[in-house]
Design a protein around this ligand. Structure first.
Ligand code: NIG
Ligand code: FE
Length: 410
């Protein structure tokens, strides 16, 4: 049988089942999982494996902790060049917006990304996809946003399409053409927004190059009104709204996400209680991005206020060369605990089930439940609380995708 088997000898299993609160990972000790044709067919205590799976090939997790394959639901994976100088500038007291005004920031990465070849960008993405695999990350959301022209945004989406065909992980693409207005002499703000709405979005949709349409709403980026226009146009073309909001100031991002039917609103360091309530009513997933708060010396997102209001909170890296130059999702989860006061269970469910919800994939993966894809990470830790407490370099020793071992630490 293809991709069928039983993973037994699991010391601690966080199933992250889609019921109950985010604080409950529905753990099972001494557990086993059966899967057939890459899908989970049974999960439970290892002494209760049904006889139907008796002749399935057995693999032992040797007492390890097993979690659903991790999902990084917010990355800017394809970019040309780093911005190491800005790291020091910020330490010395320069603000994100000052650096951007001085020609750094997103604009600088745009220049380096525009001149990068498709091959070079793909090689960069492949390298990080392989590092993600070592961390047990089995799905990656990838945004554009450093091309900022018709041609370069499409180039980035083509890179992601090629990446998806070459790596074992699920790759989902997001158009973030409205990241900032590019400093092009022959296309001003109005012309750029028109180009996105009338040319880029229709082309991206026609060629099925992206699933989501994301807008950065901030001073120096886009207004809520511009975002609403572009999200409505995107939705009419089948692109699901997402938002980068309330990162540096309260721009009414929570309310905007609810109004536009966004599947997720990300950052949210400055979201008001009204915005949180609006997100709860509209079932918008909040995405906590601790690296961005940490590297930009910002107050962290108040995850507790969101969780207490009944909002699902996902955790992601925001991997990019400026505000979040790390792909270490485990570290982001630990920081979500220490900075944003999520419990380890909430952080684990945040980087699995809730992250899958943020990219509309929770019917496919994100938890260890019957019918979902057999995607797991085996961790050399006694349980999830110990994992995020005694933080050590990568403790993932095996990554399973669709019932196959996609990575095995040697
Ligand atoms: O998610 N907030 C806007 N965009 C990115 C930062 C991009 C950059 O600094 O290059 C973010 O933090
Ligand atoms: Fe981002």
């Amino acid at each position: 049988m293809h991709n069928s088997g039983v993973l037994e000898g699991i010391g601690y299993l966080a199933t992250c089942r889609d019921s109950g609160s985010q604080a409950d990972v529905h753990a099972i000790e001494k557990a086993a999982i059966a899967f057939e044709n890459g899908r989970i067919v049974w999960v439970g205590e290892e002494n209760g494996i049904p006889s139907a799976y008796a002749d399935f090939e057995r693999t032992s997790a040797e007492g390890r902790t097993v979690i659903p394959g991790l999902v990084d639901c917010h990355t800017h994976l394809a970019f040309g060049g780093w911005r190491v100088d800005e790291f020091r500038m910020r330490i010395e007291g320069k603000g994100y917006l000052d650096i951007a005004a001085a020609g750094g920031g997103i604009r600088k990465t745009m220049q380096q990304t525009r001149v990068a070849s498709e091959e070079a960008l793909l090689a960069h993405c492949l390298m990080y996809a392989s590092k993600y695999l070592e961390l047990g990350v089995t799905a990656i959301e990838c945004k554009t946003g450093y091309g900022l022209s018709m041609e370069s945004e499409i180039k980035l989406l083509r890179v992601y399409r090629k990446l998806a065909a070459l790596v074992p992980q699920d790759v989902v693409s997001t158009l973030l053409a409205a990241h900032i207005v590019p400093p092009d002499a022959n296309c001003n703000r109005e012309c750029y927004i028109k180009m996105i709405g009338e040319e880029l979005i229709p082309l991206v949709a026609a060629e099925q190059l992206a699933s989501f349409n994301d807008i950065f709403v901030e001073q120096g980026a886009f207004t809520a009104i511009e975002a609403e226009y572009l999200l409505v146009v995107g939705l009419a073309h089948g692109l699901i709204p997402k938002l980068h909001v309330d990162q540096l100031s309260d721009m009414g991002g929570g309310e905007l996400a609810a109004l536009t039917g966004a599947v997720s609103a990300d950052h949210l360091e400055f979201t008001s209680s009204k915005g949180i309530a609006a997100m709860a009513r509209a079932h918008v997933t909040a995405v906590c991005l601790p690296f961005a708060s940490l590297y930009l010396h910002q107050p962290p997102m108040k995850a507790r206020s969101f969780l207490d209001a009944g909002v699902h909170v996902a955790v992601a890296t925001d991997f990019n060369p400026g505000s979040a130059p790390s792909y270490d999702l485990h570290l982001a989860m630990m920081l979500a605990c220490t900075m944003s006061r999520m419990t380890p269970a909430e952080a684990v469910k945040g980087a699995t089930l809730m992250a899958a919800k943020a990219i509309c994939k929770d019917s496919e993966y994100g938890s260890i439940e019957i019918g979902k894809r057999a995607n797991f990470a085996e961790l050399d830790v006694p349980d999830i609380e110990s994992w995020l407490y005694h933080f050590q370099p990568n403790t993932c020793s095996k990554t399973w995708i669709d019932g196959s071992i996609a990575y095995h630490r040697t």
